[in-house]
Design a protein around this ligand. Structure first.
Ligand code: FNR
Length: 191
């Protein structure tokens, strides 16, 4: 059975560059033999995490659905915008909700033992690289094996063509390589 890979763009913006990059990454996962599920965090009802609300109302339906998706995919791809040299609040909020436990399940069921690949793009010269340092740390601390290689695409406003593909062949190749490495590594660990 094909390896299931959840692809998560960390932006809600309709014209998000990171969503375009996530589309490229999802295609690369499929080309590498994986089965990609590309999500839009806007489709999940995820209020700002608040322990008081969690205590009073439990996990919102959107949080349950998203956590289930993380849990049922052995590999994850993150395409994170860089906001003030870190990841977007939207992505951190989604990770925080999905990290919450429920009775009768092992801790961090959505993350522990998963394999992840990180990508980012931004209009800046570093392509969101600084945010990935934080994302790598967050995911590593909740038990995710994050691949050493990553892709940061600079000058996002110049990087994509009208079809949402990366114009630069070397960049496109580096996304393919990263996706292939993810599928290879996660398949070995789950076999
Ligand atoms: C940004 N942006 C940004 N870019 C960057 O390279 N480094 C940074 O630290 C920041 N900081 C930052 C903070 C805030 C609050 C916003 C709204 C934006 C610019 C950001 O990369 C740009 O808006 C991207 O287009 C966001 O990603 P999406 O939505 O296109 O995927």
């Amino acid at each position: 059975m094909a390896l299931r890979v959840l692809v998560v763009p960390g932006s809600l913006r309709a014209d998000s560059w990171n969503r375009k990059l996530a589309g490229v990454a999802a295609d690369a996962v499929r080309a590498a033999g994986g089965e990609a599920t590309l999500v839009n965090l806007r489709d999940f009802d995820l209020p700002m995490f608040d322990e008081d609300c969690e205590k009073a109302q439990g996990m919102p339906e959107g949080g349950k659905k998203l956590k289930e998706l993380f849990a049922t995919h052995p590999a994850h791809v993150y395409c994170s915008p860089e906001y003030n040299s870190s990841i977007s609040g939207v992505l951190k909020n989604a990770i925080d909700w999905a990290s919450r436990g429920a009775a009768g399940e092992p801790p961090l069921v959505a993350f522990r033992g998963k394999v992840a690949a990180l990508l980012s793009t931004s209009p800046g010269a570093l392509g969101g690289l600084r945010g990935l340092v934080h994302l790598r740390s967050i995911l590593g601390n909740i038990g995710v094996l994050v691949l050493p290689d990553q892709v940061a695409v600079m000058k996002s406003h110049e990087a994509f063509d009208a079809q949402g593909q990366l114009k630069d062949a070397r960049q496109a190749e580096s996304v393919k390589k990263l996706a292939a490495e993810l599928v290879r590594t996660a398949s070995r660990l789950t076999s």
